[in-house]
Ligand binder design. Structure first.
Ligand code: BDR
Ligand code: CA
Length: 313
């Protein structure tokens, strides 16, 4: 089993990623770490606890992390996720609280105490927590296994601005630090997440499992469908955050290409743009990977199987 820490900002698509992870026997979930992103960190940490309760996975600790980006002002994405972060799901105070301690310390401790390269991370929000963990413990970069991050845009253009994808735009300094750290980063940007769309048929396939986790995942995607239809004009919204988690469960579902990724941190116009260089002669080294191709039905098969195995009540 792959030991995994999921860093996230739920978020309707983070929510689908979490239920996928909660129901995937191939993963050993060490912790969920929450970050401010789509909504403030108090809400993302609460939402992570709601989702683990719905999936019957209170055994997985949730740690609250950074409330603001390294340097930029916090900016949310409530229009796409609802003001509380889980679409129109009425939030409630979950039975179990957050684990003691800060997410950044939890990441350092969990990775440093285990064998080198054995712990993977899925980073589904702004990369602030991981960047802070690398500042605190630089040896972490060589110790971590694969870092599968949702973020960036190349051929698709941006979603928050013309040039940038939300997670990288929200904390470009964190993304730049993580990419320069020596971590084994595989990025799942809009080029690939826009291939993984929640059609009516796929949402129905997930809902059919009939568990609370299935109903919640389907509700998240239906909410996304409504807002993306209104804001962007898409009937089948992209489902971003499950992609890196699905890759960790079944790598063959994605095609990745070695590259070097740099992030624009200064320009107001292109802040958060990901410059992806595939040419070794130009880049010198190709230390990162960029996802270019996804088997969307395969991703939804995994989500459907994960929610089907969740508790019935
Ligand atoms: C990313 O931004 C967030 O709003 C989503 O949760 C996803 O992680 C997509 O650009
Ligand atoms: Ca997210």
């Amino acid at each position: 089993r792959q030991a995994l820490i999921i860093d996230c900002d739920p978020g309707v698509d983070d929510a689908v990623a979490l239920v996928l992870a909660f129901g995937s026997p191939a993963l050993e979930l060490l912790a969920i770490t929450a970050v401010g992103g789509n909504v403030p960190v108090e809400k993302t940490a609460r939402n992570a606890r709601i989702l683990r309760q719905v999936a019957g996975r209170e055994d997985v600790p949730v740690f609250a992390g950074a409330g603001r980006p390294l340097r930029r002002e916090p900016a949310g994405a409530g229009a796409f996720h609802g003001e509380e972060g889980l679409g129109d799901l009425e939030p409630f105070e979950p039975e179990a609280g957050c684990a003691d301690g800060h997410a950044v310390d939890a990441i350092v401790d969990l990775v440093m105490e285990r064998p080198a390269r054995s712990v993977a991370m899925a980073v589904l929000g702004p990369m602030t927590n991981l960047a802070l963990a690398l500042r605190k413990e630089p040896a972490l970069a060589a110790r971590l296994g694969p870092v599968a991050a949702m973020g960036g845009a190349r051929s698709e253009g941006g979603n928050i601005t013309a040039s940038a994808e939300f997670n990288v735009w929200a904390d470009p300094d964190a993304a730049a630090e993580v990419l320069a750290s020596g971590c084994e980063v595989a990025m799942f940007g809009l080029d690939v997440t826009h291939q993984v769309r929640a059609t009516d048929e796929r949402i129905a396939r997930v809902a059919a499992a009939g568990t609370p986790a299935a109903a919640t995942a389907a509700a998240m995607m239906r909410f996304s469908q409504r807002v993306e239809r209104e804001i962007v004009g898409w009937n089948a919204p992209p489902v971003h955050d499950p992609c890196p988690v699905a890759w960790l469960v079944r790598p063959a579902l994605f095609g990745l290409t070695p590259c070097r990724i740099a992030v624009e941190t200064e320009s107001d116009l292109t802040r958060g743009h990901t410059a992806v260089e595939f040419r070794e002669a130009v880049a010198g080294e190709l230390p990162h990977r960029w996802a270019t191709r996804a088997d969307a039905d395969g991703v939804f098969d995994l989500v459907a199987a994960a929610v089907a195995g969740a508790p019935r009540t």
